[in-house]
Design a protein. Structure first.
Ligand code: SAM
Length: 216
């Protein structure tokens, strides 16, 4: 079933039955997805972690000197993730925060090396604002892996998301192959970052308007 941008939030029971379903590992594993990008000592931001399919392995990969900042609008997802992290002995590498739908609370931090947005941007009502915040949270040259499930998101909607990411200050570096997913690796572009600093995003209001007109 295809969802319109921002019209649906994944309920916790889907987290248990689907997102943490062991069969998901047949399509891809957290390590196979993250290995090219996540290294020891990194700071990783993961909005919409759900119950943490990727989060625990990301915490293992950044090691004791790195951290994973997991931000979700649903407290129930974060509670389940916290329990799983404690059981795995990884809680000290995680910062878990409940956030508002269009405010990740990370603007201007420029501290992260890697940003993972997996199967969650289609749930965000203002994706341009989301990508602007992501861009501001990353160091220059920092990477964002965007992936969306083909079952929920049309190719057209994914391309629209990519257009908004570029308007927010990213450039598309590659299109990694992740089964059953649309995916792109984005890099924070130094040129666009300077523009963002001056305008605070106002220049891109056209892109936001365009996106809402074209909702699928
Ligand atoms: C389909 S789940 C994906 C979970 C995880 N990324 C995975 O692949 O297993 C989407 C998650 O994004 C969260 N979410 C939705 N909108 C959000 C927003 N604006 N900011 C942060 N999290 C959000 C939901 O609460 C849910 O936990």
């Amino acid at each position: 079933m295809s969802h319109k941008q921002g019209d649906h939030i994944c309920p916790p029971w889907v987290g248990v039955l689907s997102l943490l379903n062991p069969l998901r590992n047949v399509l891809y594993t957290p390590k196979s997805v993250l290995r090219p990008y996540v290294k020891e000592g990194m700071t990783v931001i993961e909005p919409g972690p759900g119950m943490g399919f990727f989060t625990l392995d990301a915490a293992r990969m950044v090691g004791p000197n790195g951290k994973v900042i997991a931000l979700d609008i649903q407290e129930s997802m974060l509670r389940a993730l916290r329990r799983r992290a404690e059981r795995a002995g990884l809680a000290s590498r995680l910062e878990l925060k409940a956030v508002e739908p269009n405010d990740l609370g990370i603007r201007g931090k420029k501290a992260a090396d890697f940003f993972l947005a997996f199967a969650m941007v289609h749930e965000v009502s203002d994706p341009l604002r989301f990508f602007e915040q992501a861009c501001e949270s990353l160091k220059t040259g920092g990477k964002l892996l965007l992936a969306e499930p083909r079952g929920h998101v049309s190719e057209e909607s994914f391309e629209r998301q990519l257009g908004l990411a570029v308007a927010a200050g990213f450039k598309v570096q590659s299109r990694p192959a992740i089964r059953w997913s649309w995916a792109a690796l984005l890099e924070k572009s130094a040129r666009e970052t300077r523009a963002l600093g001056k305008t605070g995003g106002a220049k891109r209001s056209g892109a936001r308007g365009n996106a809402s007109q074209k909702r699928s």
